[in-house]
Design a protein around this ligand. Structure first.
Ligand code: HEC
Ligand code: HEC
Length: 269
């Protein structure tokens, strides 16, 4: 596992100086409260809800047991867990309409684009605050993990932890594969090729994939909560190399703003 100083990583991810980073990361404290006509709390634009530490395996198991597609599995399991946590915003988490996340299944309504696990992570990162700081910077490492790690996790400990059966898993999921991109399409097609399966047989594999992403994401959220200064899963050295020339300002070629693994789609030059 590759690591990078958190401040460096955050700067690299969002491309700002350390001076700007200090101010940018302080969540805006003056946000007007929004309520419905019946006086019930509603999420205001820019409002952040406080993360409280969760047990990664417990939430991963809940994600595995949750249906309605990968995006809902990830979003609903973490929000439900936060609603039961000692977060000062637990009641607000309980009021969030997690059903909004259902659209993310199979790369958005079956379009095979951005994987729902990643889509859910983006929605969560934008919503959470960690000890008063934005959680946005946790999206990129989740993407890098998703691109590079062979998934779903298949250790005896993990399979048992989420309440799955290893024999059934080996039969229906087979060998874990890395997606190389954040796309549902390549994630599933590469897995299907490796295991001689079809898209329609992805059920258990994708449920375990969501449980795996939840496990890693909650672990990273906990580390951030504890103030750990090292961030897991930075961009690869290859991408950092491409980005040393290709930036959002560069004009020698069309400018570039992405942290996706360039080398999956482009050859070097
Ligand atoms: C040392 C600076 C530098 C690095 C590092 C670099 N590039 Fe470039 N890239 C350029 C320049 C300059 C151009 C435009 C001129 C040219 O075509 O060579 C370019 C052009 C491109 C283009 C436009 C099409 C083309 O081939 O002309 C693509 C795509 C590209 N680079 C991708 C990448 C990727 C992917 C990486 C990392 C694997 C990378 N570059 C690393 C400087 C760089
Ligand atoms: C998911 C696939 C994908 C990834 C990942 C990706 N690109 Fe691209 N990129 C494309 C496509 C497709 C185009 C448009 C190519 C075309 O139509 O000629 C493009 C266009 C470009 C161009 C302009 C090309 C030209 O011919 O002038 C540059 C430069 C470039 N990408 C650099 C990068 C860099 C650097 C990264 C990583 C930081 C990256 N890309 C990641 C797919 C990708």
């Amino acid at each position: 596992m590759k690591t990078l100083n958190r401040r460096q990583a955050i700067n690299r991810i969002i491309g700002i100086t350390s001076v700007a980073a200090g101010t940018a990361l302080v969540a805006n404290p003056v946000i007007a409260a929004v309520t419905s006509s019946t006086g019930e709390w509603r999420l205001a634009v820019g409002e952040k809800l406080a993360y409280a530490k969760l047990d990664p395996m417990t939430v991963a198991k809940l994600a595995y047991e949750t249906g309605n597609g990968c995006m809902f599995q990830v979003f609903d399991s973490i929000i439900k867990s936060l609603a039961l946590s000692d977060s000062p915003d637990a009641e607000k988490f309980a009021l969030l309409p997690t059903g909004l996340a259902v659209y993310g299944w199979a790369g958005m309504l079956g379009e095979g684009t951005v994987c729902g696990n990643i889509n859910a992570t983006g929605m969560l990162a934008n919503l959470l605050s960690i000890n008063g700081e934005q959680a946005n910077a946790l999206l990129s490492p989740t993407m890098r993990y998703y691109e590079s790690q062979a998934l779903p996790l298949q250790t005896a400990e993990f399979i048992e932890g989420i309440g799955a059966d290893m024999t059934e898993t080996l039969d229906q999921v087979g060998t874990p594969t890395s997606a190389n991109t954040i796309l549902c399409h390549s994630s599933i097609s590469l897995w299907a090729r490796e295991n001689g399966k079809s898209f329609s047989q992805k059920g258990m594999r994708c449920k375990q994939l969501s449980a795996s992403v939840v496990y890693e994401l909650v672990d990273m959220l906990n580390k951030a909560f504890d103030g750990e200064t090292v961030i897991d899963h930075p961009i690869s050295d290859t991408v950092a190399g491409c980005q040393s020339c290709h930036t959002s300002e560069s004009t020698f070629a069309p400018s570039v703003k992405t942290n996706m693994g360039c080398d999956t789609c482009h050859t070097g030059h």
